[in-house]
Design a protein around this ligand. Structure first.
Ligand code: DC
Length: 230
């Protein structure tokens, strides 16, 4: 039997991180946790409870409410992991532009991050987990046996996000708006004070601007085989 490890997949938004992390987890029989979905669920909660005024958040109200924000994952149709907020399936809503526009603001709040990180660390105690996010290899599991940092050009990433929204029937946004959202989130994610997005020194870098999904999946499996051999 192969030893169980922790696999941390970090990187920029819309690099297809989640899809590849999910595929890898399924291939090797590991649990998969999308930590971006957790920050998105908190954002949805704050929006629904009128905690935003423009781009500022009522921090006191959010901090008081956080213990009542329960985020869980359950397998839905085709075994897909779906996100639940206080027992309600919010998988579709957390991917909307309304949430995407505000999530970086929520993800920059120290007390929110501390709470999410604590929950994520608890999910990894038994290992055998693939977790994707921004700070998994640097903050959540600095001891992870395998770390991948995924990147791709902003144009390629915006195109992917745009195609995804279109495929879901969302025609309300233009490509330029999506590109703006992608670059703006990069800026906020990399320059925030609390755990900014950065590559761990011991991470393997994957630039998938010009890679097919198959090539990526094969590359990841190879890295996994190397990591469990050691
Ligand atoms: O991966 P995503 O696009 O669903 O992430 C949503 C936001 O949450 C994004 O602005 C980055 C932030 N995030 C984070 O700060 N830390 C994580 N571990 C995961 C996501």
């Amino acid at each position: 039997m192969k030893r169980k490890i922790i696999i941390a997949i970090d990187g920029y938004s819309s690099t297809g991180k989640s899809t590849m992390a999910k595929t890898l987890a399924r291939a090797i029989g590991y649990a998969y946790i999308d930590t971006g979905a957790m920050y998105r669920a908190v954002t949805l909660y704050a929006l629904e409870h009128d905690m935003f005024s423009g781009d500022s958040v009522d921090l006191a109200a959010l901090e008081a409410a956080l213990p009542q924000v329960k985020i869980t994952f359950k397998a839905g149709a085709e075994g897909r992991n779906e996100t639940y907020l206080n027992g309600r399936n919010v998988e579709a809503e957390i991917r909307s532009m309304r949430v995407s526009d505000k999530v970086s603001i929520i993800a920059a709040i120290g007390f929110v991050r501390r709470d999410m990180v604590r929950q994520q660390q608890a999910m990894g105690v038994e290992k055998g987990i693939v977790m994707d996010g921004r700070d998994i290899g640097t903050v959540v599991f600095p001891q992870a046996e395998m770390k991948v940092f995924v990147t791709a050009s902003a144009q390629v990433r915006a195109q992917r996000r745009y195609d995804e929204l279109r495929a879901k029937g969302d025609t309300s946004v233009t490509f330029d708006e999506v590109l703006h959202n992608v670059t703006e989130r990069d800026r906020i994610d990399t320059t925030r004070k609390e755990s900014p997005l950065r590559q761990a020194d011991d991470a393997l870098v994957l630039d998938n601007s010009h890679m097919t999904i198959d090539e990526q999946n094969r590359w990841l499996l190879e890295q996994y085989e190397n990591a469990v051999k050691v």
